[in-house]
Design a protein around this ligand. Structure first.
Ligand SMILES: Cc1cc2nc3c(=O)[nH]c(=O)nc-3n(C[C@H](O)[C@H](O)[C@H](O)COP(=O)(O)O)c2cc1C
Ligand code: SF4
Length: 233
C-alpha cells in the first residue's frame, strides 16, 4: 500500500465509526485479529514495511492508533472504541517461520500502546489465516479445550488497566466463572454459541443450562447465510 492508500483506509474507518455513532450504536470494535487488514499491519509476518508503518511494534500499530485518534476527533473522545487483538499468530506446529510471528511479549506491547491511544477494552484472540493459525477451533468438547487463548489474555490483563475480554471456545458456566475469578479476563465473549442458542445468556443467567450446546463443528460457515447445522430445540 502507498502512504496515500493507508491514509485513505484510516479515513474510511473513521467515517464508518462516525456513521455507526449516527446510527445509534454504543461504540465500535476495530478488528485487529485473524489476518484481516489491521492485524496484517500488526503482525511482523505480514508487515515487512520499512517506513513509519512497519518495523517496530509501535510502527506496526500506527495504523490502528491513527484510526483511534481520528475516530475520537470525529465521533467524540467518549465514543467507546474496543479492539479485537491477535495475541498470537498461532503458527501450525513445526512452522519454519516462528522467528517472525507475533509473540505474546509483542502483543503486550501493542496492548499498552492501544491503551495509551485511548482504546477502552481489548478482546484477546489469535490466529492468522496466512499461517494456518486457527482462531475458530474445532471440537471444543471438554472444559480443558475451552478458552484456548486464556494464557494470552491473562498476560495482557496483567499489563494493562483497561478491561480485557477473552474469546475462543468458551462454552461452560464453570469455565466462565473460573476465568473471571482467576484473573484470566474481565469479561468473556462468545460467537458460535449464539448461532445455535441466541438466548444462551438468559439461559445461563437463570441456570436453565450451564453449558452451551454448540459442538464447535464450524458447519455454520455457509456462503448462503450463517446458520447452525443442527436443530437443538
Ligand atoms: C460464522 C462466523 C463468522 C465470524 N465472523 C467474525 C467477524 O466478522 N469478526 C470477528 O472478529 N470474528 C468473527 N468470527 C470469529 C468469532 O468472533 C470468534 O472469535 C470465534 O468464533 C471463536 O469464538 P467461539 O468459540 O465462541 O465461536 C466469526 C465466527 C463464525 C463462526
Ligand atoms: S453449526 Fe451449530 S453446532 Fe456447529 S459450530 Fe456452528 S453453531 Fe456450533
Amino acid at each position: 500500500m502507498t502512504e496515500q492508500e493507508i491514509l485513505e483506509v484510516i479515513e474510511a474507518f473513521t467515517r464508518a465509526a462516525a456513521r455507526t455513532k449516527k446510527a445509534g450504536f454504543d461504540g465500535v470494535q476495530l478488528h485487529c485479529a485473524h489476518g484481516f487488514l489491521l492485524s496484517d499491519f500488526i503482525s511482523p509476518y505480514t508487515n515487512r514495511r520499512i517506513d513509519r508503518w512497519g518495523g517496530s511494534v509501535e510502527n506496526r500499530a500506527r495504523i490502528v492508533t491513527e484510526i483511534v485518534r481520528r475516530i475520537k476527533e470525529q465521533a467524540g473522545a467518549d465514543f467507546p472504541i474496543l479492539v479485537k487483538l491477535n495475541a498470537t499468530d498461532d503458527f501450525r506446529p513445526n512452522s519454519q517461520r516462528t522467528d517472525i510471528k507475533v509473540e505474546i511479549s509483542q502483543a503486550i506491547e501493542t496492548a499498552k500502546i492501544l491503551e495509551k491511544a485511548g482504546v477502552c477494552a481489548i478482546e484477546v484472540s489469535g490466529g492468522l489465516s496466512k499461517t494456518s493459525g486457527i482462531a475458530i477451533r474445532l471440537a471444543i468438547n471438554s472444559p480443558t479445550k475451552e478458552a484456548y487463548f486464556r494464557e494470552y489474555s491473562k498476560a495482557i490483563k496483567k499489563a494493562v488497566n483497561i478491561p480485557v475480554i477473552l474469546v475462543g471456545g468458551i462454552r461452560s458456566l464453570s469455565v466462565m466463572e473460573h476465568l473471571l475469578e482467576n484473573g484470566f479476563a474481565d469479561m468473556v465473549s462468545m460467537s458460535r454459541t449464539f448461532i445455535c442458542e441466541p438466548d444462551l445468556v438468559l439461559q445461563l443467567k437463570s441456570r436453565k443450562t450451564t453449558k452451551a450446546k454448540c459442538v464447535s463443528c464450524n458447519l455454520c460457515f455457509d456462503i448462503e447465510g450463517i446458520k447452525c447445522n443442527f436443530d437443538f430445540n
